[in-house]
Design a protein around this ligand. Structure first.
Ligand code: SF4
Ligand code: SF4
Length: 325
């Protein structure tokens, strides 16, 4: 029997959903552990940092790293795991593009701390307590990681070999990627291990894909027709700017795509792509172009433009911070 591979799983600024996605492989997980030993998996196993530090460089074959990098401890782990594995995979949208934690890049570290530790109405802030990197107590010094001013996708911190997209990654995409590893059929470095087409290509509603969008409505304003393209019903759907591979899970639940699989390979900026796609189909009147005023009125209906167009990709977008006055 061929020698077993050595896998590691790690989580940084993560909600834990990517770990659940691994468990969602169900009995396939047994096939995986038959062919690979798992040496590191903090959610399931008590492996200490010293154990990883003691491994020879390149000891693990593949590490799946989920979560973005938000503090100094996560950055240390990113560098450590880069050293200890031959192949580093950014697993899930947080590691790939920053995802929802990346929306914190709209605010500075100071603003995040003020909101979380001082302004929250349910908190008693009379002592003005907030996390510090070092704190002296009777027993000695307690330390905490440094909380950074921004959220970083994994490849902004260290060299990444492959990406598995999704929030969390869909099980078939995970299984196909692991199979490619076992078969020694990984594509060239830097590849996103998922289909290359846009979601609209696999969407069951694509026969009616919208040629025109009659204004902008929010999901709660419309009793959405389950057969028609969301755009045709005035509901923003990220499908044209988003990679396929999720088996249209949200669409099948009669919810528009919010873009978690990230952009297709030829698209640099997912938000810019959907804005341009919407710009070409938004119409109030079939016969004439929108005036500037009509455009402004339509745009005012997008109540949260960053959260709508960059819910998953702000940290890796072309414009990835808010400019302060
Ligand atoms: S990609 Fe989604 S599921 Fe995975 S850690 Fe980030 S927020 Fe959670
Ligand atoms: S825009 Fe959305 S609903 Fe319409 S075809 Fe594409 S993925 Fe489907």
């Amino acid at each position: 029997m061929a020698e077993k591979l050595k896998f590691g799983f790690y989580w940084a600024a993560s909600c834990g959903g990517c770990e659940i996605a691994v468990l969602d492989t169900n009995e396939k997980l047994l096939d995986i552990v038959e062919r690979a030993d798992i040496l590191l998996w903090p959610v399931a196993m008590d492996t200490k940092k010293a154990d990883v530090e003691a491994m020879p460089d390149g000891h693990m074959d593949v590490v799946f790293f989920n979560g973005s990098v938000r503090n100094s401890e996560q950055e240390e782990w990113a560098h450590l795991l880069r050293k200890k594995t031959k192949t580093l995979v950014a697993f899930g949208s947080c590691a790939h593009h920053g995802c929802i934690p990346g929306l914190a890049n709209l605010h500075s570290r100071r603003e995040v701390f003020d909101t979380a530790y001082h302004e929250e109405p349910s908190l008693d802030d009379s002592a003005g307590t907030e996390p510090k990197t070092s704190c002296k107590v009777e027993e000695g010094e307690l330390t905490l990681p440094k909380f950074y001013d921004g959220v970083y996708p994994l490849d902004q911190v260290t060299d990444v070999d492959y990406y598995i997209p999704g929030c969390p990654p869909p099980v078939p995409v995970i299984i196909a990627a692991v199979q490619a590893i076992f078969d020694g059929k990984l594509p060239e470095k830097g590849t996103v291990l998922a289909p290359t087409k846009a979601l609209c290509d696999e969407c069951p509603r694509n026969k009616h894909v919208a040629k025109k969008m009659p204004g902008i409505k929010r999901t709660w304003e419309v009793n959405a027709d389950q057969e028609k393209c969301f755009l045709e019903q005035g509901i923003i759907c990220m499908g044209p700017a988003t990679r396929a591979g999720c088996e249209s899970r949200c669409i099948n639940g009669n919810q528009p795509c919010t873009g978690c699989m990230g952009p297709t390979p030829e698209v640099r900026d997912q938000g810019a792509k959907i804005i341009s796609a919407l710009g070409s189909i938004l119409k109030v009147d079939e016969e004439k172009e929108l005036t500037e005023e009509e455009t402004r009125q339509l745009l005012s209906k997008v109540k949260d433009p960053v959260g709508t167009f960059y819910m998953y990709g702000l940290a890796s977008a072309t414009i990835n911070r808010r400019r302060k006055k």
